[in-house]
Write a protein of this length. Sequence first.
Length: 481
Amino acid sequence: MLAVRGQPSSMALGRTLFIFFNHALYSLAHKLFHLPTEDAYLLFKYAVICLSPFVVIACWALTREVTNSNRTATIAALLITASPPFVVYSGQVMTDVPSLLFVVLALLMHLRGLRLRSWWMMMLGAALLGAGVNVRETAMFYAPWLLLAPFVCGWKFGRRELALIALSCLVFALVAFGPFALWFWTDASGYRAAWYNWRDSGQAEAARHPVTLLNVLPFLFYSFILGPIICVALPPAIWKEWRERGLTALLLLALFGVWANFLLFFNYSTTINWRYFLTGLPTLVPLVADYLLRSQTTKLGDARRAFWSTVLGIAFVMVMVAIYANPTSRESTIKRALTKDYRTRLALLPSDAVVMAGAQTVAVTYWRGIGMGQWTEIGTGAGWPAVPLDAAIESYLNEGRRVFLDQDPRWWSPCGWQLDETLQLVRLETRFHFRKVSDTIYEIRPPEDESAHDTPNLQNLLPENRPAETKRCLGLRPTTK
């Protein structure tokens, strides 16, 4: 919705390039083809799909640059296309895949600039990396590359060399932080207050999901799912490259991939979403591809046979992962598709209602955003009240607002961090009265309202009453007692 309106996000540095690129697409399509607002997300989705092949091509070119091998580059491209999160999010309206394109192009241009001693290619690479920060802030993890890569590529500590390195860092900083600084300074559309609100809500959510050693489990699991072959082959690939060639540009790229994903551990989101691990993917695959091809060549004695052996191995693993993930993938796809039809449930509610819809909070904000209503949501995650849930609901009721709960089990997870919210929800049944609106929607009424005596059976949301779903949990436990 921010892309439709042409407003930067309050999240982090605003993601201005992603938002305003999509805003330009929507403005053009709306003017020329009368694209309705409710279909704008399709345009943004197709834009990401169109960018995805260019990410693969850019990774091929980067690998070709550091290995001088077409076969190695092709294997690296296959490893990218076989990555489950890349497959999934190359078709989602999210920043991950577009940011990868900027990161890979930036590293490619900067590396060529270093090798050709071309100052303008270096500056272009630094600018592209800074632009990537305005698509997704994790591109910032690669900023130290601008300092280290020149010396790995054979540069000396000369005055001209140091000046070019300093200039590239300055270009990066201006492009990366300039747009955010401008919006924050001008405070256009109340951006400053929105940013502070995001910061406070982010801190509150981080406090509910502290980073602990228990996060190692999902961290390792998501690292493996990023690419099983990559996860298994990466440690020996790093060791062999260091032992035989030392610190090369190929090894430095891989170390930056490890560094970028390692930093994710210190954010609570690591336990929530696997897509963040795409951050390091494009710089991990060149070294892994080189290692796989060289190892197979040594084993088979022929580079051509080694290439096809590696290709078949990647294809086999990809098929096995697809078979394993298919049930979960199908279920997730069905749930996401329900967002489009959720407007039929919202039509049953007053246009100014307060709505608790769990995983369908995104549907509430979306349909409100395109003018279908003025609902207020008690959202999941960052939107969950900082005060006790019953106190938040009581506050709305005291203001004369009507509060509705959709207790559809599909919206309330029995696993992980979302289980905290589900447990708090179940306790509401002893605190308030309820009036049934539809099969799953109930209006929450004060306890003194004797006209509301319907039973929502919220106990059905508890994990012990949903054994089939809890079997698929990762073993994560709630933090709320």
